[in-house]
Design a protein around this ligand. Structure first.
Ligand code: BDR
Ligand code: CA
Length: 316
């Protein structure tokens, strides 16, 4: 039976690859794309999601989400234009008007309605800031008991962050939202930098995918050029496919090693946005993790197999 998926995203170069993977995978039924601010403002990430939907003929609707942090008093974190370009898709020149309307509902309402309509069946894959999830859960706490699972790209658990030494960008962009969703009683699996920084896609690998995959994958190749140049400091002529790791988990969980334990997020101070797990197999004194339901953190990955699955699914 296909995995029913809502993809919550801030496209975003690596988001684009993850979307094409979900769209093309035969065991995924993509029910909707919900947008969130992060790699760019909400008008841009939503326009980009509509653009990718149009270019790749994706039937799933796009619902526009949050442009403001869960705690509106939190100062604006800024846009990572140096990673994803001014247009959020590698400065390829995305047109302003896509000619497709978004779903009339805000993203959090789309999530609530879709989860309630498919009890026990929906996997939410969230690869931007956690704001839409937090807004959905606050508006409708019952969805925690109705989702199948929530798979997240975000956080850095047993390794450094990427936006600060302590924090990963998706969590750092809205730490209060992240702490709210991590401490709720729904099943969460997290692909953080612990595994995504081990998953390097080289330029020649993507070029080869584009040769096999034709114009749809050539778009991915064009979008990725700016991002590959940004990643020169970390990957030799290649990039990190963060968001695709979370999507691959949905269909191939055996490629990841998990560690179980509750998660809290630091909100404020020098480690703002840091994600900290209390592993179930360790003993501590009393702490603010006590009584919280355990979550699953990916601590290792068979990255060659992840890349192979991405390549076969996206490019044939
Ligand atoms: C995450 O931040 C964004 O820039 C990427 O799209 C990914 O979701 C990586 O830290
Ligand atoms: Ca993203």
């Amino acid at each position: 039976m296909a995995h029913k998926v809502i993809f919550d995203t801030d496209p975003g170069v690596d988001d684009a690859m993850a979307l094409l993977f979900l769209h093309r995978h035969p065991e995924v039924d993509l029910l909707g794309i919900t947008t969130v601010f992060g790699n760019a403002a909400i008008e841009i990430t939503t326009r980009n999601a509509l653009f990718l939907k149009r270019e790749w003929n994706i039937p799933a609707p796009v619902a526009k989400g949050a442009n403001e942090t869960f705690d509106p008093a939190r100062p604006h974190a800024g846009w990572p234009t140096f990673v994803h370009g001014d247009d959020g898709l590698g400065n390829i020149g995305v047109p302003d008007d896509i000619g497709i309307d978004p779903d009339p509902r805000p993203a959090h309402q789309f999530i609530v309605d879709t989860v309630r309509a498919n009890p026990g069946e929906v996997t939410i894959v969230a690869v931007g800031r956690m704001t839409n999830l937090a807004n959905a859960l606050k508006a409708a706490p019952d969805i925690a008991g109705l989702v199948k699972q929530v798979v997240i790209m975000g956080g850095a658990f047993y390794c450094p962050g990427n936006i600060t030494p302590a924090a990963e960008a998706n969590i750092h962009g809205d730490p209060e939202a992240a702490d709210f969703i991590f401490t709720a009683g729904w099943p969460i699996v997290v692909a953080g930098l612990d595994v995504t920084t081990k998953t390097h896609m080289k330029r020649h690998f993507l070029d080869d995918m584009a040769v096999r995959g034709g114009k749809d994958v050539e778009l991915l190749q064009r979008v990725s050029d700016f991002y590959i140049k940004f990643y020169a400091h970390a990957v030799e002529d290649g990039m990190l496919v963060h968001d695709s790791c979370a999507c691959v988990y949905v269909v191939a969980p055996e490629l990841f090693t998990l560690r179980s334990g509750p998660i809290r997020v630091v909100c404020g101070g020098i480690a703002d946005g840091q994600t900290i797990q209390k592993p179930d197999d360790m003993q501590f004194g009393a702490s603010l993790w006590d009584g919280m339901a355990p979550k699953q953190v990916m601590v290792d990955v068979q990255s060659d197999k992840v890349l192979d699955l991405l390549s076969r699914t996206i490019a044939g």
